[in-house]
Design a protein around this ligand. Structure first.
Ligand SMILES: *Cc1c(COP(=O)(O)O)cnc(C)c1O
Length: 374
């Protein structure tokens, strides 16, 4: 799909993008990316692109635009901004990336463009935050991907990329096939694929229209608030997601010393809920969160029921002895005496928390053998 430029066309950026993609040195150039989604790691490995990730830190789970633009060098293919972090649903500041990058491009003579991974946000921002500039209104945004099977409201298996302009998709990547009597341009990684999802997407777009999608997204946001308020009222959780962004609630226990988020997740399964618990990526890996993504079919009644079930789980866990006591009490009460006979300080709460996370992470990894969040 092509989108016609909404503002004047910046031809130098196009050349740059084309040059990066078309280079045949055997190795692609690097890309800078902020947030974290396993699809980017996959892309980097399969296509031999060096991925430079802006490290997150506790309490700040999106790309820092200043750091991202600092990391751009002459080999950078693009800066990839994520609209709707996988971790907490927060939107990255694409406009600031755009403005800083314009400045850097001006100073260096480079023309690094931006790709926006709007897998979830692409179907949320236009309806809930129409004023937010994250798309082709920003001159450096050259391509955007969206997942139809997320907030596009289609069953699994459809996603697409939109380029700003026809020239932004290098012609050498398009195959022209003489098939069934007409020229068919194709740009895909696989070949034959059923069209049912495309038809379903088309149906949804026509059936719901702008107004329908707006109603659905507003409803999701409303139910997200019901869930968030309910969780806050328990007094037991820190909310890690933001009010603006993908309608989801990411939360962690205020106190996970005797029972942690993985246990909450495990216990919720008995009530029929599958709520993932995961640790944050590098530099914030001692933080564990539970995440509930609110979609169209997640009603207010379900949100209220989930809060009730979470309260039951907390109650149940409170009455159980800590699964971790054996492992953790050793470290909490451990006072090391060095060779001079001086007592070394006990581990800090953070160190203890890290230790608990490590134990659980290993336990989860052994079971899942995967570490990506998607
Ligand atoms: C879901 C998601 C993806 C993957 O998209 P699919 O259409 O499921 O392949 C990529 N990036 C982000 C930020 C996502 O949330």
């Amino acid at each position: 799909m092509m989108a016609e430029p909404m503002r004047e066309h910046d031809s130098t950026s196009v050349q740059r993008a084309t040059r990066g993609v078309g280079d045949c040195s055997g190795r692609w150039y690097g890309g800078v990316i902020g947030g974290h989604n396993v699809c980017w790691e996959k892309f980097a490995r399969y296509f031999e692109v060096e991925l430079k990730e802006v490290k997150l830190r506790e309490g700040y789970y999106v790309m820092n635009p200043v750091k991202a633009v600092e990391m751009v060098d002459e080999n950078t293919i693009c800066v990839a901004a994520i609209l709707g972090s996988t971790l907490n649903g927060e939107f990255e500041d694409v406009k600031l990336v755009n403005d800083l990058l314009i400045e850097k491009n001006k100073q260096t003579g480079w023309d690094t463009p931006i790709h926006v991974d709007a897998a979830s946000g692409g179907f949320i921002a236009p309806f809930l935050y129409p004023e937010l500039e994250w798309d082709f209104r920003l001159p450096l945004v050259k391509s955007i991907n969206v997942s139809g099977h997320k907030y596009g409201l289609v069953y699994a298996g459809i996603g697409w990329v939109i380029w700003r302009n026809k020239d932004d998709l290098p012609d050498e990547l398009i195959f022209h096939i003489n098939y069934l009597g007409a020229d068919q341009p194709t740009f895909t990684l696989n070949f034959s694929k059923g069209s049912s999802q495309v038809i379903a997407q088309y149906y949804q777009l026509i059936r719901l229209g702008h107004e329908g999608y707006t109603n659905v997204m507003e409803n999701c946001r409303e139910n997200m608030r019901v869930l968030k308020d309910g969780l806050e009222k328990t007094g037991r959780f820190n909310i890690v997601s933001k009010d603006d962004g993908v309608p989801l609630v990411a939360f962690s226990l205020k106190d996970n010393h005797s029972h942690n988020e993985f246990e909450v997740s495990e216990f919720l399964r008995r009530f029929g809920w599958i709520v993932p618990a995961y640790t944050m990526p590098a530099n914030a890996e001692h933080i564990t969160v539970l995440r509930v993504v609110i979609r169209e079919d997640f009603s207010r009644t379900l949100a209220e029921r989930l809060v009730i079930d979470i309260q039951k789980v907390l109650h149940e866990l409170d009455s159980l002895p800590s699964k971790l006591t054996a492992n953790v009490s050793v470290s909490v009460d451990h006072k090391e005496v060095d060779k001079n006979g001086t007592v070394v300080a006990k581990k800090t709460a953070l160190e203890t928390q890290r230790e608990i996370t490590t134990i659980w992470r290993k336990w989860v990894m052994d079971r899942k053998k995967t570490n990506g969040v998607c």
